[in-house]
Design a protein around this ligand. Structure first.
Ligand SMILES: CC(C)(COP(=O)(O)OP(=O)(O)OC[C@H]1O[C@@H](n2cnc3c(N)ncnc32)[C@H](O)[C@@H]1OP(=O)(O)O)[C@@H](O)C(=O)NCCC(=O)NCCS
Length: 356
């Protein structure tokens, strides 16, 4: 790390209140004591003013589903969140958003990217290891995780296994397009149809406080993958997964009908949330547990109608993430909805030990 060779002074970083070195030349916060890397590479915390440089790393990634250009602040700040950039010379060539979750036990990285002309030389691996080093004083940190698509797994899987030897779970992600104009013909279900209920904040918190055994029918691997990050089912994650634009729908089992009692999360849980990307407003529905075709369809109708309220003309993307065994049920449940042209990918969540 060459930050300390420049004229630098200790400052308290505004993003995380930690002691860092600020270089006089760039006025950027440069972290001290990272791993050794080639002399022209340096690791820095990403700040608001790095937005354009980060977006310019690669404009054509994640098949147009990249949320970063539209939601950059949430990738660099928030409880437990930091963004890191890697510079070669003075150019920003890599970015990753790091998030300490599970009450500080797990560090998860998302939205990673490296400039196309720097790929294939081990730079990204070096960058990630430098980022992980920044957490060596984190007292409870034991795991590192990442979620990645099948394309990356095919190319990098064998190398990633060294860093992340345990496969936690695999999900199918299916992408649908919607003809927004056709939505007017869909009879709208109220959430109460087929016993579908929307969970309140209190219900979600009560769910996250339950034991892994009590929720095995929904989360057999003990994890929920939400906004591309895996979370253990624990109360410490409640606030992180409850964001303004998401909704939790539940049905089945002995779901309580009393509005004032915390809901048991039922046997089918779907979590819907949306974000903006190049393809439009992308609405994601994560499915947990099992349900009948009618139940699934009732959940989807509520989500699709929510999407229709936020999408603008021509924005037609919706996608679902669900356990691999559910593919057929999803197809059947959705055949009555005006959803067309689907493609599919597999998302794999891998985990490794954090070495202090
Ligand atoms: C994925 C990408 C960053 C890999 O770049 P690269 O130059 O081929 O990377 P490297 O040569 O450094 O090899 C990958 C290293 O990163 C590690 N790695 C960790 N998480 C990774 C991830 N999610 N995807 C890829 N590699 C990852 C690998 O284990 C490997 O480490 P090693 O050097 O210890 O073997 C690059 O292709 C890219 O920016 N793609 C577009 C964005 C994207 O798809 N990102 C996926 C992140 S989920």
């Amino acid at each position: 790390m060459n930050g300390s060779t420049k004229q630098s002074r200790p400052v308290i970083c505004p993003l995380n209140n930690e002691l860092c070195l600020e270089t006089a030349s760039t006025n950027k916060t440069v972290l001290a004591d990272t791993t050794s890397s080639p002399g022209d590479e340096e690791l820095c915390l990403a700040g608001p003013s790095d937005y354009q440089a980060v977006v310019d790393i690669d404009h054509n990634i994640y098949c147009g589903f990249d949320a970063l250009p539209y939601h950059y602040p949430s990738f660099i700040q928030g409880p437990g969140v930091r963004g890191y950039i890697y510079k070669k010379g003075n150019r920003v060539v890599a970015f990753v958003s790091a998030h300490l979750v599970d009450g500080g036990q797990t560090l998860t990285g998302t939205s990673g990217r490296l400039a196309p002309d720097c790929r294939g030389s081990g730079t990204f691996g070096r960058f990630l290891r430098s980022v992980y080093q920044q957490y060596r004083e984190a007292p409870d940190l034991r795991f590192i995780t990442t979620a990645t698509g099948s394309g990356i797994m095919t190319v990098h899987g064998h190398r990633m296994l060294k860093m992340f030897p345990t496969k936690i779970l695999e999900k199918v992600e299916k992408y649908w397009t919607i003809d927004a104009g056709a939505l007017g013909n869909v009879p709208v279900q109220q959430p109460d149809c087929f016993g579908v209920r929307e969970l309140s904040r209190q219900d979600v918190h009560a769910m996250m406080c339950r034991s892994t055994d009590q929720l095995r029918h929904l989360f057999p691997e003990g994890r929920a993958v939400f906004v591309f990050k895996p979370y253990r089912i624990m109360a410490a994650n409640t606030d992180v997964i409850l964001r303004q634009n998401n909704v939790f729908l539940a049905s089945g089992g002995n779901l309580s009908l009393r509005r004032d009692a915390p809901l048991f999360p039922g046997t089918l849980l779907t979590i819907g949330w949306y974000y903006t990307c190049k393809r439009g407003v992308c609405y994601n529905i994560d499915i947990y547990g099992k349900g009948s075709e009618e139940e699934l369809r009732a959940h989807f109708e509520v989500h699709v109608m929510r999407w229709a309220n936020v999408a603008r003309a021509g924005e037609t993307v919706l996608f679902t993430g669900f356990p691999c065994h559910m593919s057929e049920g999803i197809e059947k449940a959705l055949r009555m909805l005006p959803l067309t042209a689907s493609t599919e990918d597999r998302v794999v969540v891998v985990e490794g030990p954090y070495t202090h």
